[in-house]
Design a protein around this ligand. Structure first.
Ligand code: MN
Length: 558
């Protein structure tokens, strides 16, 4: 058995199955309606200009809500070559609003439930006999003609100046388990190497495609694959989500879309792909040889060194007549790829701690995004029902949840915003005593991150596992005793002042926690009453009371 179970199924193919979910162009239209899409119609060099331009919206002090999806209508290359395929960047997760538009929910608070429903109520794809993704089919010698093969696709260079080629980034690799036929979708970069060759970085570390590749290798076969570039947003969101091995992400996409994803059989490989995919590169991944692949600017924020990695030989390229190329902007965070993962992974992480291992006092998990890239700095919020053992069980469990995730894990109270590194530092500074509240644990894997031990300047070791020689720091920065109130005006006064602020026509406020004072336990009725008298202008009453409580200095031992 070496083909997809969906490919074998002859009973179901039908073109009568309607499409009950948005495809990419519906999504782009929805973004445009909401003012979330920026069109650029001037010619622009896909290799040296597109990514640097979009990068400025993440490195130029642009507020997250002002970031947009980008649509380049006239991509060129350095030689002035023109492409008939436009390029969309940051179209799936430029910011929260773009992601919410694609998922079809109204607020970030609704995402956890949406993902939980999609995972619990997966819907298998239906195989149809015709799909827009095969409006154009290129096979055989046609792929070798100059300007054809992968050269027909305007894949941009992500990190010009360091990357050695264009790499696909919103790049969904479809493969099937050679033993069971169950399909998988994984998102791994693809190096455009030759007209008919793409390098695949399987991020070997336990990724599902690597399991398929290894099974095929042992069987002495190449691994059939389909590299899908762009398609219905539900498929892209499912492709980058953490899904257990053996679960077809296409069925998760069906769960997200609340409708079966329409799929078509590939022309030259025994797999099915979304009928509304934009571009599909059909191929066989070699299992006898590796080739050097990389370097590539990675989401951990550094250039990932060259490695020996698998590659594939293209057997066909199919596409829509008016295909759109879709790329993620990744590398140093924040980026589109960190936003898309953050919004998908955080609800799963929370559900693991709160529901699976049942620490009910956990209220939120935050994967810190800017520069640290989600994996390294994790904050866990607890409500007031927490106790010391729950805090430590959660800290240890969080450090073991995912490979390479959780190097610094901080437990905090509900008043600390884990997305605000200053607030986390604030909690660590006042609410933790390092000698008692910090534990260093060893035997961790560094995961997808430097340092690359054993790497020369030009090539990393071809390793698909790392030694457990990293360590993690667990910090309990929750309150252990009552603290006085935060020294900001009480909420009612800040709210009244906000009305005044707006009445005065002052610049738009962006409230940052903490923006009002609140009690942390060390406060009593008498102090509350004095404060109340003070704002009523009756503070001399308090002065008179205090005068009656005077004590001789010498009584205090002076
Ligand atoms: Mn998978």
């Amino acid at each position: 058995m070496d083909n997809s179970e969906l490919y074998r199924d002859e009973a179901r193919p039908s073109s009568k199955v309607p499409r009950n979910y948005p495809d990419l162009r519906d999504h782009l239209a929805a973004l445009e309606d909401r003012g979330l899409l920026r069109r650029v119609d001037r010619p622009i060099d896909k290799d040296s200009e597109i990514h640097p331009l979009v990068r400025w919206q993440y490195r130029g002090g642009i507020e997250p809500e002002d970031r947009k999806a980008w649509f380049f209508e006239n991509p060129t290359d350095a030689s002035g070559k023109q492409y008939d395929i436009p390029v969309a960047i940051a179209a799936l997760a430029a910011n929260e609003a773009v992601y919410l538009t694609g998922i079809g929910v109204h607020s970030v608070e609704d995402l956890g439930a949406r993902w939980a429903e999609a995972m619990a109520n997966r819907i298998a794809p239906v195989v149809v006999d015709e799909g827009a993704c095969q409006e154009v089919v290129r096979e055989g010698d046609e792929l070798d003609v100059e300007g054809m093969g992968v050269d027909e696709i305007p894949v941009p260079i992500s990190t010009p100046g360091f990357d050695n080629a264009p790499y696909s980034t919103c790049t969904h690799w479809f493969t099937a388990d050679p033993e069971t036929g169950v399909q998988n979708i994984g998102n791994y970069r693809g190096q455009m190497k030759q007209r008919r060759k793409v390098g695949v970085f399987p991020c070997g570390l336990g990724q599902d495609i690597y399991v398929h590749w290894e099974k095929a290798r042992v069987m002495g076969k190449k691994l059939p694959a389909a590299l899908v570039l762009g398609g219905p947003p539900a498929v892209s969101y499912a492709a980058v989500q953490k899904v257990p091995y053996g679960v077809d992400e296409l069925s998760v996409a069906g769960g997200l879309a609340d409708a079966p994803i329409r799929a078509v059989k590939c022309k030259t490989v025994p797999l099915v792909v979304p009928a509304e995919a934009e571009i599909v590169i059909e191929d066989y991944i070699d299992t006898d040889y590796y080739e050097p692949e990389g370097p590539f600017g990675e989401s951990h924020g550094y250039m990932h060194p060259r490695q020996l990695n698998p590659f594939m030989e293209v057997t066909a390229i199919t596409r829509r007549e008016d295909a759109v190329f879709v790329g993620f902007i990744s590398q140093v965070t924040p980026s589109e790829s960190s936003m898309i993962k953050k919004l998908g992974y955080e609800p799963l992480f929370l559900s693991y701690l709160r529901d699976t291992i049942s620490i009910k006092s956990v209220t939120k998990v935050t994967m810190h995004e800017p520069l640290t890239n989600l994996r390294k700095l994790i904050t866990i919020n607890f409500d007031e029902t927490r106790n010391e053992s729950q805090v430590w069980r959660a800290l240890h469990a969080a450090s073991a949840y995912n490979q390479g995730v959780g190097k610094i894990i901080v437990a905090v109270d509900d008043d600390i915003d884990g997305n605000d590194a200053a607030a986390v530092m604030w909690a660590m500074s006042y609410r933790a005593k390092p000698e008692k509240d910090v534990e260093i644990i060893g035997h961790r894997e560094k995961g997808h991150a430097p340092p690359f031990m054993g790497a020369s300047d030009s090539q990393d070791v071809a390793s698909h596992s790392d030694p457990a020689d990293d360590s993690a720091m667990l910090i309990d920065a929750t309150l252990k005793e009552p603290f006085p109130p935060i020294s900001l005006p009480a909420r009612e006064h800040m709210e009244r002042a906000r009305e005044l602020w707006e009445e005065l026509g002052l610049p738009k406020l962006r409230p940052q926690k903490p923006w009002y004072g609140y009690s942390l336990g060390q406060w009593d009725d008498e102090l509350a009453e004095e404060a109340e008298l003070a704002v009523q202008g009756r503070y001399f009453e308090t002065g008179d009371k205090l005068a009656g409580q005077r004590v001789p200095v010498e009584d205090l031992g002076k």
